[in-house]
Design a protein around this ligand. Sequence first.
Ligand SMILES: C[S@@+](CC[C@H](N)C(=O)[O-])C[C@H]1O[C@@H](n2cnc3c(N)ncnc32)[C@H](O)[C@@H]1O
Length: 271
Amino acid sequence: MKIKDALYIARQNHNNSRGLLECEILLSYILKKDRIFLHTYSNFEITNSDFELLLTYIDKLNDNYPIEYITNKVSFYSQYFYIDENALIPRPETELLIDCTSKLIVQNNIKKIFEIGVGSGIVSIMLCLLHKDLEVIAIDKSNKALEVAKKNIQLKSVLDNSLKSRIRLIEGNLLDGINRSKSDFIVSNPPYIANSYKIPPNLKFEPREALFGGNKGDEILLDIIKLDAKYLCCEIGYNQEYLKDYLTKYDKVSFYKDYSNFVRGFVAQKF
Ligand SMILES: C[S@@+](CC[C@H](N)C(=O)[O-])C[C@H]1O[C@@H](n2cnc3c(N)ncnc32)[C@H](O)[C@@H]1O
């Protein structure tokens, strides 16, 4: 079957508006060619098994399975990262966390930070790529997520081969058992959804421990605030600005918003 016919049939089977784009991404992934190839060689014959695989993937998408988990690839902060079902798929709003944290790192000449809930590693890795002398102690309670972070550190070492020595991955809960000082800097995008919240169907394939923060949702965020770091940058849910009431020990607290004008995080600092 020709590429153009395979894409036409796949598109008919795909039930959402990003159909054609996703069909092309999947066929490029199956054929190990880029999307330009599909357009340039639209009469190229693909095998039956490649076509069957394309239709199998389309069925998965129709069941809300994320395309990123099929292709094991996700774009974040203009970089491609490895991703699989063991870690949360990085979200665009977390790029704002990188920007706010970066600013604080520069302003205060920070050389070492802790990341709680490293997941796929995107936050620690991006911060280390942006700040060449930064070291990160990156903790996650999921050893499977840590494996994804390890893969990404390996992958991005082609850009900076000091990443492996600057990011230390640790399996653990919060900062339990970790040596601390008065000037600690913590960054975190913790799980912050309430356990009872009815999540949209596409989230059901992501790790539960990356999404749900407890009965109210803010429990892990409150535990992180209680750690009383000197600098604290956190992503939060759009309805969690009330957390300012728990940040009274900080001299300066600012909340940042996403492009839809929802509050999505805060930066807190003691002088
Ligand atoms: C929302 S994901 C964030 C992943 C990644 N940092 C990002 O921004 O895409 C939260 C991560 O926190 C981890 N986590 C949840 N509770 C934790 C705890 N008590 N201590 C350490 N890590 C925790 C989860 O396993 C998950 O990988």
